[in-house]
Structure formats: structure tokens, C-alpha cells
Design a protein around this ligand. Structure first.
Ligand code: SF4
Length: 266
């Protein structure tokens, strides 16, 4: 056991028992379970309260206020894993990374890398389609202060196990932030792919876990993008590397990051 690793404990076997892994036939089966889930009382209360006590700029919206499933190409070779929906982002629109600043940055970069058909992601019916990529979060309900409890994380991670099982072409997993990295390693552990020593998160870190290449990337949070800790070029570099590792071809006319703008505002 690595005492220096705060995440050294193995996930409990009970995690998988709560989920019918053998019952899934399609991603829609997993999605149907995710959107009905009320297993975490604290998060259920938070996600629903966000939909009742709306911020002024989204006062006209009817919030989704339910868990947010993964989204993307069922033949994806790249899986992108974030932390959790934002209270006024995915929790409002019902699609992961949609309607918040983090998603603006992420999908613009995915578009430049040829992994998305458009650079914007504003609502669940905005026409966004991913090519060769699937996006999901480690935790499916918006948590207070973007901080799920370990128990909430562990309760939710089997959904990602189930999605991964139904995405057989995945070769590369891009983990956004240390939480996403940790969540992916736990998911792969559940799936039987355990690595020791446990690779530590870092931007640009590449680890090989079972059949997967795991790539670390700073989370495209406002805190990281506004401070320049994560620039468009840095995000592009990770996604292009993921694309190459996955054996996907580049887009016909790539848009250089120098032309990309990180959105500013509240
Ligand atoms: S965080 Fe996950 S396990 Fe908890 S209520 Fe939401 S969907 Fe269910």
C-alpha cells in the first residue's frame, strides 16, 4: 500500500453489486438508469434546488435537475472524463459540459481537433455531434461547490464502468483534472485493470492501464482557463495527442489554437 497516495484504498467490491452490469445491452440502458437515479440525497437536493432557485441569467429555463449521462459517438475511440455537471450548466441543459464556460472551452477544442462538428455547446438540441469521442463525468449530479463526497463518487462511478463496457472501441481516456484522473483509475480498477504504482495526475501525463492509454489534462474550469494555467494550445496538444494515439485522422481544415478565444464573462 502506498501511504503517500491519498487514493490508495481499493474501491469496495460492493460498488459493482449495486449495478446490473450484465443487464446492459446499449448505452441507452445505462442512460435510462442514470437519469432516474436518486441514490445520493445531498446531491438530489442540490441539483433540484438549483432548478428552483435559478440564477437571473437563466430565469426562463426549465432546468434538467437530474443526473447527466454521457454523450457522444457510440463508436468512440476517445473517452473524455470530467468531474461533475455544473449546477447551471449540465444540470440546466441536461447534457454533459453543455451550457457552462468549461464546456465552451472543451467543445471548441474538440472541434479544432476534429472530434466535434461544431465549436459550441449551448443546449441539448443545438446539433452538436461528436466524432470518435464520448464525454462523461465521474459524478453525474451537480455537487455543492463542485465537490462530491467520496461516498457519492463511489456510488456513481459504476455508471462510468457500465458506459465503458458499452464503448468497446475506446483506446484513449482523457482525464480532466485530478478528480477525473482518480475516478478513471478507480473505474479501470473495477474493470480489472489495476496498475501499481498508481500513476499520479499531471497535465500531459500518459499512463498505460490495461488496453487504454490514459492522458491527464488540466480541467477546463474557469479557474484554470482565466488564469492561463490551461491555455487553448495546451488543450489542443492533449486532444491531438489523444487523437493520434486513438488512430483517428485529423480534420480536413484544422483551426489553429491561435485563432481560438477562451470565453470571458461571469
Ligand atoms: S451522483 Fe450518481 S449515484 Fe448519486 S444520485 Fe447522482 S447519479 Fe445517482
Amino acid at each position: 500500500m502506498d501511504r503517500d497516495d491519498p487514493h490508495h484504498e481499493r474501491v469496495t467490491p460492493d460498488l459493482t453489486l449495486a449495478h446490473d452490469l450484465a443487464g446492459d445491452r446499449t448505452l441507452d440502458d445505462v442512460t435510462a438508469d442514470i437519469v432516474e437515479c436518486r441514490a445520493c440525497p445531498r446531491l438530489v437536493e442540490w441539483r433540484e434546488r438549483a432548478g428552483r432557485e435559478k440564477v437571473a441569467r437563466f430565469a426562463s429555463w426549465t432546468y434538467w435537475s437530474r443526473p447527466v449521462p454521457g454523450f457522444g459517438d457510440p463508436r468512440a475511440r476517445i473517452l473524455v472524463v470530467g468531474l461533475a455537471p455544473a449546477a447551471n450548466g449540465g444540470n440546466r441543459t441536461g447534457r454533459v459540459f453543455t451550457g457552462d464556460r468549461s464546456g465552451d472551452v472543451l467543445f471548441a477544442a474538440m472541434y479544432r481537433a476534429g472530434l466535434a462538428n461544431q465549436p459550441t455547446s449551448t443546449s441539448a438540441d443545438d446539433g452538436l455531434a461528436l466524432r470518435g469521442a464520448y464525454v462523461a463525468a465521474a459524478v453525474r449530479c451537480a455537487p455543492p461547490a463542485n465537490r462530491p463526497l467520496p461516498s457519492e463518487r463511489d456510488r456513481c462511478l459504476p455508471y462510468l464502468v457500465r458506459e465503458l463496457r458499452l464503448l468497446p472501441k475506446i483506446r484513449v481516456i482523457v482525464a480532466l483534472g485530478a478528480f477525473g484522473w482518480d475516478g478513471v483509475l478507480r473505474v479501470l480498477d473495477i474493470a480489472g485493470h489495476r496498475v501499481r504504482p498508481r500513476p499520479r495526475f499531471g497535465h500531459g501525463t500518459l499512463a498505460h492501464v490495461g488496453p487504454y492509454a490514459l492522458l491527464g489534462c488540466f480541467h477546463p474550469s474557469q479557474q484554470n482557463t482565466f488564469t492561463g494555467r490551461l491555455t487553448p494550445q495546451m488543450l489542443d496538444d492533449v486532444l491531438v495527442r489523444a487523437r493520434d494515439l486513438a488512430g483517428l485522422t485529423p480534420p480536413q481544415i484544422p483551426a489553429p489554437a491561435s485563432q481560438a478565444e477562451i470565453p470571458r464573462g461571469s
